[in-house]
Design a protein around this ligand. Structure first.
Ligand SMILES: Nc1ncnc2c1ncn2[C@@H]1O[C@H](COP(=O)(O)OP(=O)(O)OP(=O)(O)O)[C@@H](O)[C@H]1O
Length: 249
């Protein structure tokens, strides 16, 4: 895919595949095009953006699709969790009401079956049932992030895209969120981050982007041990410096 904002090419002929159940990490510095790739896959780029090429999710072509088809795809086949879970959740709706919407719309649940499904989702992320009656602002940052991810996975989408899931969290809470991302069952994951250490804890394959192009991709262990591109070496060195400077991140 290629994405242009006017004359500026933000994503330049990227060829990227995420297989069924696979977790792929998309890494790159600020402005490398990571969020633009995510928004293109979701069909959520702003009006001025022009996408060329092809993007398919669960066999459905996104480029040129109409709003109705895109709405059907989002939530059911592809879900997204952005950097700030507070913005992903409606501030004036309890957690319980919010989770009931996708469960009703996409899975057709109602009444007792719907309540039981909502409770089961919270149990999966070690959150007490009373969280269903809480408003997002009454939860901690880590609780909100877990709620947002578990909601995004509620309808068992084919693909989950998560953008910088842990940047605002302390190390312990971060570990909980990453553990949650590891237990996705059949859902594929595209995990976006500038932090190679975070992504390498969840993803078996890494794709490194710079200025809208893929500069390196491959098995996580291989990329960390023997990065071939200078830019990847910089990212690995930065992660090692942050983790105390010894060993792999
Ligand atoms: N709506 C827009 N209009 C014009 N240019 C944009 C728009 N959105 C993104 N860009 C440009 O596209 C390029 C890629 O931006 P993008 O947000 O995808 O990078 P990123 O890798 O996600 O960065 P970050 O890690 O800082 O979020 C940048 O040069 C940015 O300025």
């Amino acid at each position: 895919m290629t994405v242009r904002f006017g004359a500026r090419v933000a994503v330049d002929g990227i060829d990227l595949a995420v297989g069924p159940g696979e977790a792929v990490g998309l890494i790159g510095g600020s402005g490398s095009g990571k969020t633009t790739i995510a928004l293109a896959v979701l069909g959520l780029l702003p009006a001025g953006a022009r996408v060329t090429g092809s993007i398919t999710v669960a066999g459905v072509e996104v480029v040129g699709a109409d709003d109705r088809d895109l709405r059907r795809l989002r939530g059911r086949q592809v879900s997204f969790v952005g950097q700030d879970a507070l913005t992903a959740l409606h501030p004036l709706m309890t957690v319980g009401r919010q989770v009931s919407i996708p469960l009703r719309r996409h899975l057709g649940l109602s009444g007792r079956a719907l309540t039981m499904a909502a409770v089961a989702l919270l149990e999966r992320v070690d959150l007490p049932v009373r969280v269903l009656r809480a408003y997002p602002a009454q939860l901690s940052g880590g609780q909100r992030q877990r709620v947002a991810i578990v909601f995004a996975m509620a309808c068992r989408p084919a693909l989950l895209i998560v953008d910088e899931p842990t940047s605002a969290l302390d190390t312990t809470t971060q570990a909980g969120v990453l553990e949650l991302l590891r237990t996705r069952h059949h859902t594929s994951l595209l995990l976006i981050s500038h932090d190679i250490a975070v992504v390498s804890q969840v993803c078996a394959r890494l794709v490194v982007v710079r200025q809208g192009r893929v500069v390196e991709q491959g098995n996580t262990t291989r990329v960390l041990a023997r990065p071939t591109h200078a830019y990847t070496r910089e990212l690995v060195a930065a992660a090692q410096a942050l983790s105390g400077g010894t060993g792999a991140p």
